[in-house]
Design a protein around this ligand. Structure first.
Ligand code: PAF
Length: 294
């Protein structure tokens, strides 16, 4: 499919682009992005297109300043609108909403924001204070503007997915939030818009993250301590000067703490890792099954 999507840069244009389709009873699916689209986003568009059938697929492209702390990569975050629009056309996206900062935040930085609750200040939230407040605030605004029935988020940003799902549920937003599995390079590296910052040596080192997760997956039948130990053993292959580990964590699928005791029955969990390779911060995660006792 290659027909160009309708490009809306104002809230009014977005509203007009969707009202007819909604009036005809077609569902709306939203894929929120910050642009610099790669095959991970392509998988989101494909999931949306398949699920929506004749409904409207809307992609938003907005680099949200509210979710970047001072000193993070807001200014240098890649902006590739022409290539992004090409991908959207190719994947059957109907409407692209690409507002400027003034359109999204007409009164400047908002005074009322979405509080992510306790999960917003652990893992990613501990390393990036305020990040999830910024994410949930912009996603809530996008939900209010596009009024989607469904929204699609990558599992690569797993904590974000869990929090958006919780926000939709806790605030009764009525949006069904769907996760789409992470897309990886052939050597396991999870696709990310930030991978383009890696020089060839760091690009090679960065594979240690997915290798560690894979090692944890394989040992998980022996329980949490064994899985964590195995992942740490792999991470230790890269010297500290080249990989600064922020966390390696094993949590429930909802990101609650998991007991250390060996489970009597097979227990689904998630292993998450984050760190800095060279100057680039990367995150990754996979599902694991802990136990059962052999
Ligand atoms: O995952 C992202 O690209 C962003 O955090 C999102 C969900 C588009 C909000 O700005």
């Amino acid at each position: 499919m290659t027909s160009a999507p309708f490009l809306a840069s104002t809230r009014e244009e977005l509203h007009r682009a969707l009202e007819d389709r909604r009036g005809e009873g077609h569902p709306v699916g939203l894929v929120p992005t910050m642009g610099a689209l790669h095959d991970g986003h392509r998988a989101l568009f494909r999931a949306a297109r398949t699920r929506l059938d004749s409904g409207a697929v809307v992609a938003s492209i907005f680099v949200n300043p509210l979710q970047f702390a001072a000193g993070e990569d807001l200014a240098r975050y890649p902006r590739t609108l022409d290539a992004d629009l090409e991908m959207c056309a190719h994947e059957g996206v109907d409407v692209v909403f690409a507002p400027g900062v003034d359109e999204m935040y007409p009164g400047g930085e908002p005074e009322v924001t979405v509080d992510p609750g306790p999960l917003g200040s652990v893992l990613e939230g501990e390393v990036r204070p305020g990040h999830f407040r910024g994410v949930l605030t912009v996603v809530a605004k996008l939900f209010a503007l596009a009024r989607p029935d469904l929204a699609f988020f990558g599992e690569k940003d797993y904590q974000q997915l869990v929090l958006v799902r919780r926000m939709s549920r806790d605030l009764c937003l009525g949006v069904d939030v769907l996760g789409v599995p992470t897309v990886r390079e052939a050597d396991g590296l999870a696709l990310s818009s930030r991978n383009r910052y890696l020089d060839p040596e760091d690009r090679q080192r960065a594979t240690v993250l997915s290798r560690a997760l894979h090692a944890a997956q394989k040992r998980a039948v022996h329980g949490l301590p064994a899985a964590r130990w195995e992942a740490m053993r792999v991470l230790d292959e890269v010297p500290e000067a080249e990989l600064t580990l922020d966390y390696l964590a094993i949590r429930t699928p909802e990101l609650a703490e998991v007991g250390e005791r060996h489970p009597a029955t097979a227990t689904e969990a998630r292993v998450l890792v984050a760190g800095r390779v060279g100057g680039t911060r990367l995150i990754d995660n996979v599902p694991i099954t802990l136990g059962p006792v052999a």
